[in-house]
Structures are given as C-alpha cells and as structure tokens.
Design a protein around this ligand. Structure first.
Ligand SMILES: [Zn+2]
Length: 224
C-alpha cells in the first residue's frame, strides 16, 4: 500500500511538513488567506463575536467560501463559557451552517458545554459533513454525536490519561475520526496519530489509511 498522507484537520499554524501532511489551517473570517499554496478553513469563532462587524465578516466569509483553497467553514460554533449572548451565537452559527451547505463544504465546530444545542441544530440541518474539533467527551456523548452523523476530531488531549477522550476514543469507529494539532505546539500531528494508534490498538499506517479515506470522502477539493 502506498504511503498515505497525514491529515491535520484543524490547525492555527502554518503547516510545516507539506510533504507528508495535508493540513487545514484556520483563518479568521475577516482575514485574507495568507498564501495560495495551502488549504484553509475560515469562519467566525464564537469568541470573536464580541469584536463586532458581524455583517461585514459574514459577507467576507461568503466571498472566501468561493475560493478554491477554502476546504471547510469554521471553526464556528457554540460556547457556554463566554458571556456573548447564546441567542446571538446560535444565529451566527446557523448562518455559517447555511454557508457550508451552499458551498458543500464541511463544517468545523467549536463546542463548549452546548452539545444538546449542537444536536438540535443537526436535527434541523441533517446534511453535510460536520466535525466537532477538539472533542474530549465521554463514550455516551461520542455515540450520541456519531448517531447524528457528526464526526469527531481529537488532538493533544489524547496524551492526558485523565481526559475522557483517552478512553472514549476506543468506542469511536475510526471511520468517524479525524485528528488535529489545533493551536498547541507540544505535539506534532505525527505524534498525535501515534498516540491514537496506541490507544486504538491499531498500527499507525492502517490508521493513516483510514483517516485519509475519511478525508477523501468529505473533502472533495483536496489539492495538496
Ligand atoms: Zn482551533
């Protein structure tokens, strides 16, 4: 079997290893794309809502979404740990769900203590690929999300034996998984795959091949 690439589904950094890794780098909705040689996700993060200019940012996101390098919308989502009114977060999240639908792009979701609302939103918008990034919930929650066709992306928390994901990952079918480095620098995507392989009892090459298939199934405009 040929050497498959690592997929880093969500990072905030400039991807370093373009030979072996296909990474989706996150850029804020109002920022221009840093170069034309990478894949990006762009969205309006709930933490950024308080900065204002929402209409302009969503308009800009609409323009960005048409560009070839945009591989996903996000990260966007819901966060109950911040003081931005939840009703406003819901509205802005839904606008981005609709945008993802329009351009047939996967959606990368940030969720803090708002899983029941994510599930309710999914009921309303059952189509398209949704990915919860930085998933660190238990087995019951993982199964609930997967039953609604929501993918789960895990990252550095896999190294923390006290984190629920380091156990619940064993109950997530590999076909629903992705991996990410997010904003941390401690672990590379290679190390995260290696750790996940260990926890899943799989060899890294097999895991790589399956995650690559997941990616190929939902990210049709893969170019790098
Ligand atoms: Zn992130």
């Amino acid at each position: 079997m040929g050497q498959q690439r690592f997929i880093n589904i969500h990072t905030h950094h400039n991807p370093y290893d373009k030979q072996e890794v296909t990474a989706i780098r996150n850029v804020h909705a109002s920022d221009p794309l840093p170069d034309n040689n990478s894949l990006f996700s762009s969205g309006l993060h709930p933490w950024k809502i308080k900065e204002g200019h929402i209409v302009e940012k969503l308009d800009h996101l609409n323009i960005l979404a048409k560009q070839q390098q945009i591989a996903a919308i996000g990260e966007c989502g819901l966060d109950k740990a911040i003081d931005t009114p939840f009703e406003i977060q819901l509205q802005i999240f839904e606008k981005q769900i609709e945008l993802a639908k329009t351009y047939k792009l996967p959606l990368i979701i940030h969720c803090v203590r708002a899983y029941s609302e994510i599930l309710a939103m999914r009921k309303k918008h059952p189509e398209g690929c949704w990915i919860i990034h930085g998933f660190d919930g238990n087995e019951v929650l993982a199964k609930q999300l997967i039953s609604k066709a929501i993918h789960l992306s895990a990252g550095a928390a896999l190294f923390n034996p006290k984190n629920k994901i380091s156990h619940s990952i064993q109950h997530i079918p590999v076909s629903w998984l992705f991996f990410e480095t997010d904003d941390q620098h401690t672990y590379s995507i290679h190390e995260i795959y290696k750790q996940a392989s260990k926890l899943l009892g799989l060899n890294t090459e097999d895991l790589k091949a399956q995650i690559f298939r997941n990616f190929a199934a939902y990210f049709s405009n893969e170019k790098k």
